[in-house]
Design a protein around this ligand. Structure first.
Ligand SMILES: Cc1cc2nc3c(=O)[nH]c(=O)nc-3n(C[C@H](O)[C@H](O)[C@H](O)COP(=O)(O)OP(=O)(O)OC[C@H]3O[C@@H](n4cnc5c(N)ncnc54)[C@H](O)[C@@H]3O)c2cc1C
Length: 376
């Protein structure tokens, strides 16, 4: 008899594990609590305009297997993601500067603060140092650039000073560019599908049994044990274990509004993503997905990204690693409720700050493990 696998969640991770295990011969069922698939990456429409209710999602990868997989599901439209930052050089300035993110030395050289920045850059240590986010980033780019680009953005985004945050994710997120490369990413492949990512994830799930509107928690462990030979959980573990507050999360709310435009290709903000580090506005960035889709339609949707919403978007990686340890303990406790093997995968369940391509790679690794441990 075919081995049965239950998968909790139909985001990228659930979709890809579901597809790969179905292809390998398992009887798979994906259980999704909402009425739609796609998880955080999902796009929606407002008056016909594609926008992203969970924040800007740009697909980029350097992983050949992941690239081949998404290509096979229709994700092929090239895109080169460039981000701008609106910077006020002093608190009294009325005029802002629109600069590239990451900061580019050749743009900074044109600013009146350049002599100070240049002095600070000349006295940096050879390699970044420091355990907390602020110390690490100041040692990468100096105090002035840190204050202009990073300090207030980080405090708004995380609701706590950067000194309390781990330096671990700084290398992945922060850079000072000297080579003139303007794109945010350096990965070999970057895509943006014209209608958002939904069609791609739906293609992945096209041969997989999916049951929508079905929330599963640890209370269902006995039933899951009867229905399946193994379970893969991609849900947030404090939610799944019914102990909200056990893990710390940071969430955003996209305040999205429709605006008419004069011409079909019209856009109203400077870029798809414009960072707004200033404390003059409560949001961290504006997102206008139409820059990336290139949709020809007489309107656009602008979203202001408000930090601090009570949603599970970002794991909070503190310098002491306490939250990650709690997640590991929760995983152990959850597994003890089951008589069948339990696997944890994806961004929420493993409490990691990972991108879509990493979630897919995670899903591939878990599917391999399940196949090796349970057989087809
Ligand atoms: C604001 C923001 C911006 C991002 N920007 C980018 C970007 O630009 N590029 C990029 O590559 N990545 C980006 N990411 C990361 C990307 O969203 C994730 O890597 C990816 O969505 C992870 O997929 P997942 O399946 O692990 O999780 P999710 O997409 O969160 O999917 C989990 C699914 O499980 C369901 N679920 C949860 N609990 C239960 C339950 N108890 N029972 C049943 N179903 C349940 C949920 O409804 C959801 O459908 C961003 C993330 C955020 C939050």
């Amino acid at each position: 008899m075919r081995r049965r696998i239950g998968i909790v969640g139909a985001g990228w991770t659930g979709a890809v594990t579901g597809r790969l295990l179905t292809d390998t011969g398992f009887a798979v069922e994906v259980l999704e609590k909402t009425s739609v698939v796609g998880g955080h990456s999902r796009a929606e429409t407002m008056n016909g305009v594609v926008y992203e209710p969970n924040g800007a999602h740009i697909f980029h990868t350097d992983n050949e297997a992941v690239n081949k997989f998404v290509n096979a599901h229709g994700l092929t439209r090239p895109y080169d993601h460039k981000v701008l930052t609106e910077v006020f050089l002093s608190p009294d300035d009325d005029e802002s500067h629109l600069l590239s993110w990451p900061p580019q030395v050749e743009e900074l050289e044109e600013l009146p603060v350049w002599p100070t920045v240049e002095r600070e850059l000349a006295s940096l240590p050879p390699k970044p140092v420091g355990d907390n986010f602020e110390d690490y980033v100041v040692s990468m780019m100096g105090r002035t650039l840190y204050d202009l680009f990073i300090r207030d953005y980080t405090a708004k985004q995380w609701g706590r000073p950067a000194t309390e945050l781990s330096a671990r994710f700084a290398p992945k997120r922060v850079e000072l560019r000297r080579d003139g490369h303007r794109g945010l990413f350096r990965d070999r492949w970057q895509y943006f599908p014209p209608n958002g990512i939904n069609e791609v994830i739906e293609s992945v799930l096209s041969t997989v049994a999916v049951t929508l509107n079905t929330e599963v928690t640890v209370d269902d462990a006995d039933r899951l044990g009867q229905d399946y030979d193994a379970v893969i959980i991609t849900a947030a573990l404090d939610d799944f274990a019914r102990c909200p507050g056990e893990l710390e999360w940071r969430g955003i709310e996209m305040r999205s509004r429709y605006e008419p435009t004069d011409d079909p290709g019209g856009v109203l903000t400077p870029a798809y993503v414009t960072n707004r580090p200033s404390t003059r506005v409560p949001y961290t960035r504006t997102v206008e997905t139409k820059h990336a889709t290139g949709q020809q339609i007489g309107g656009t949707v602008i979203s202001e990204e408000m930090p601090g919403a009570p949603r599970r978007h970002y794991p909070v990686l503190t310098a002491d690693g306490a939250n990650e340890r709690r997640n590991t303990e929760l995983a152990q406790k959850i597994a003890e409720h089951f008589d069948i093997p339990v696997y944890f995968a994806g961004r929420l369940a493993t409490y990691r700050y990972i991108n879509q391509d990493e979630a897919i790679a995670d899903a591939m690794a878990v599917a391999d493990r399940v196949a090796a441990e349970l057989g087809g």
